[in-house]
Design a protein around this ligand. Structure first.
Ligand SMILES: *Cc1c(COP(=O)(O)O)cnc(C)c1O
Length: 400
């Protein structure tokens, strides 16, 4: 065996021994409440397709028509010759949806985070993150070169302590360090909400800026699904609003919404935007259709069904919380703790026909492995009933 292969094998053995090995599961059906996984039909409680749009006829049609008009590929990066009219239409639609002067799309939410923090801050600046923000924000903050500080999850006192520390830092070369707070409106692995109004008040008081990741809120929260910032009435005080087109909006890609100057700076400085081929016409057109649907009365009807299912979700399993700063969301984690036990419960559920993979380190902290159930507008009351039954059985089985 070559030394390279030996090295890889040793790394993989370490991962497996820690109970953290990951494998792909091949899915042979479109996204939906029922998935065909490795030859079996499973009831899906793991998707972020909250409104059931990923396989919606309107999005399929939009994608098909965009391929007929623009072809399969976009040919080059946006700044070369790949800035197709569908991209511009999507950005105009997004800016209108989020009520911001401008918007920019990226090939993923991940690259939107990397590009945005990288363009907005540098070595002399300070980025303050909630302990539980998504990995893309952590990576973005590290890559930006800014000084990094982390506050306890949703803890406004801890955040204020750090803001005061930041304000007391000396100016470098005559310039005060810029301070950017980054948080999520709905936390992806816990399903709880950020105390947004209070955070906006705090950052205004301390002269900091706020970047809000609405990945799990866009399409789900707020009037016509416009997000938690609009729900809380603070959208116009948030410097950077980002999110994904790949969750409730049913397509793929990332976005940033904000001022014209912010978007112009990103066009000039966001490296994943500049040095990457423009997203293909199909997902871009699907995202336009997804936004139209999310913002329509059909979107309202879908959100109503979604919240009905959330209210029916079995309580008493330690799944999710309506406590704390929370409020509920379609994300309901059942925190199990030990990695191997979470894997075992997930397998039991799978044998019973329920698909909800275990989430382990490094997606969540060590020793906080969990099953993460997500609900969608297309789940039926009887699907929730089946989940309740399977959870009861899994608890009895694993307790013995
Ligand atoms: C999924 C997710 C992203 C990344 O979005 P993609 O479009 O999937 O790359 C960013 N932030 C949060 C909180 C997410 O859950």
């Amino acid at each position: 065996m070559s030394s390279f292969e030996e090295h890889l094998k040793a790394r993989l053995d370490e991962i497996a021994q820690a109970g953290l090995e990951r494998r792909l599961r091949r899915v042979d059906s479109p996204q939906g409440v029922h998935l065909r996984v490795q030859g079996r039909d499973l009831l899906n409680f793991s998707s972020n397709d909250y409104l059931g749009l990923a396989n919606h006829p309107a999005l399929r049609k939009a994608a098909r028509e965009a391929v007929e008009t623009f072809g399969a590929g976009s040919g080059a990066s946006r700044l070369i010759c790949g800035s197709l009219s569908v991209h511009h239409e999507l950005e105009e639609t997004l800016a209108e949806f989020k009520a911001t002067p401008a918007a920019l799309t990226f090939s993923s939410g991940y690259s939107a985070a990397i590009g945005t923090l990288g363009a907005c801050v540098g070595r002399n600046d300070i980025v303050i993150l909630d302990k539980r923000v998504h990995a893309c924000v952590v990576d973005a903050a590290r890559l930006s070169g800014a000084k990094l500080r982390v506050f306890r999850h949703n803890d406004l006192n801890d955040l204020e302590t750090i803001l005061k520390w930041a304000a007391a830092r000396p100016a470098v070369g005559g310039a005060r360090p810029r301070v950017v707070i980054v948080t999520e409106s709905v936390f992806s692995m816990d399903g709880d909400l950020a105390p947004l109004r209070e955070m906006v008040e705090l950052k205004e008081r301390h002269g900091a800026w706020l970047m809000l990741d609405e990945a799990h809120a866009t399409g789900v929260f707020g009037p016509r699904g416009k997000g938690l910032a609009q729900h809380c009435g603070v959208a116009d005080q948030i410097e950077i609003q980002m999110g994904t087109l790949g969750k409730a909006l049913g397509a793929a890609g990332g976005y940033v919404c904000g001022s014209r100057a912010l978007i112009d700076l990103l066009i000039n400085r966001a490296r994943p935007f500049i040095f990457s081929t423009a997203p293909g016409p199909a997902p871009v057109a699907a995202a336009i259709a997804g936004l139209a649907l999310a913002g329509s009365s059909e979107g309202d009807a879908r959100r109503e069904r979604l919240w009905k299912r959330v209210s029916e979700f079995p309580s008493g399993f330690g799944c999710g919380s309506d406590a704390g700063t929370g409020g509920s969301s379609p994300i309901r984690p059942w925190i199990i703790g030990e990695e191997s036990r979470a894997m075992e419960v997930a397998e039991r559920l799978r044998n019973a026909g329920i698909f909800a993979p275990a989430i382990r380190f490094p997606t969540v902290a060590r020793g906080s492995a969990r099953l993460r159930f997500t609900l969608t507008a297309d789940h039926l009351a009887e699907d929730i009933g089946k989940l309740r039954q399977c959870l009861e059985n899994a608890i009895t089985d694993t307790a013995s």
